[in-house]
Design a protein around this ligand. Structure first.
Ligand code: NAP
Length: 246
């Protein structure tokens, strides 16, 4: 489905980003696997993809750092000549109640989740404009839609990602570029593994389908939005949350 396409996936060393990279590679995209700290995991994923006959390369870049994003994406364009798909998946949490939240925890989450998405979108959209083609998929969250106690910073960052997605969709639509978001609910990854059993039980009780989701289920939605089957869909937020937020 993605033969000849070059796809950049941020935060692809593990979790949802890894599943997105695996699916893109399985469908013949050349996948650029971005990571921040886990070089071994990113490299292992490159090897796994190559062993299965796919094409992939790992690049280290902290998406919250504008200069690093510039160097990273310029290197990709220099080597591959284009970027067809950008999946902004890198994200972190620093949970805590608003009253007690240190400013650095607020800034950290905003800088990676929201500003990181802004950095890569701004840079990649220039390349996509030249190509008159592009698919941008941003990983938001249902808490960016409905809020969550203890996650004011994270919810604000994801609400920001949704606003960024819709605005860019309007700006870029006339040039053949679609911009959409996926809003996962609770998905089994390192990010949710740290939650206490009590929090997990409460979360499950709020999910009509009664279980946490899998990374592959989120990846399937992202892949659809990155495909030409979704050519007439832009500015949308696709929930993958077991019915948690309707
Ligand atoms: P995860 O397992 O914790 O993985 C996070 C990924 O982001 C890792 O690959 C990590 O790279 C990368 N990353 C972190 N900071 C980065 C930075 N500054 N620059 C570049 N990469 C960075 O997370 P996940 O659960 O798969 O979540 C992926 C996305 O889905 C996030 O945006 C998250 O907010 C969103 N989401 C997740 C859930 C959920 O329930 N899991 C729900 C809703 C939304 P390293 O390994 O190199 O550190």
């Amino acid at each position: 489905m993605f033969e000849g396409k070059v796809a950049v996936v941020t935060g692809a060393s593990r979790g949802i980003g890894k599943a997105v990279a695996q699916r893109l590679a399985a469908q013949k995209a050349t996948v650029i696997i971005n990571y921040q700290r886990n070089a071994e995991l990113a490299q292992a994923l490159v090897c796994e993809i190559e062993e299965q006959g796919g094409k992939a390369e790992a690049y280290k870049c902290d998406v919250s750092d504008e200069q690093q994003c510039q160097d990273f994406l310029a290197a990709v364009v220099k080597k591959y000549g284009r970027i067809d798909i950008l999946v902004n998946n890198a994200g972190v949490t620093r949970d805590g109640l608003l009253m007690r939240m240190p400013e650095e925890d607020f800034d950290k989450v905003i800088n990676i989740n929201l500003k990181g998405t802004f950095h890569t979108m701004r840079l990649v959209s220039r390349q996509m404009l030249k190509q008159r083609y592009g698919r941008i998929v941003n990983m938001a969250s249902v808490v960016g839609v409905c809020g969550n106690a203890g996650q004011a910073n994270y919810a604000a960052s994801k609400a920001g990602v949704i606003g960024l997605t819709k605005s860019a969709a309007k700006e870029l639509a006339s040039r053949g570029i679609t911009v959409n978001a996926v809003a996962p609910g609770f998905i089994e990854t390192d990010m949710t593994d740290v939650l206490s059993e009590k929090v997990k039980e409460t979360a499950v009780s709020q999910i009509p389908l009664g279980v946490f989701g899998k990374t592959q289920q989120v990846a399937a939605a992202a892949i659809f939005l990155a495909s030409d089957d979704a050519a007439y869909i832009t500015g949308q937020v696709l929930h993958v949350d077991g019915g948690m937020v309707m």
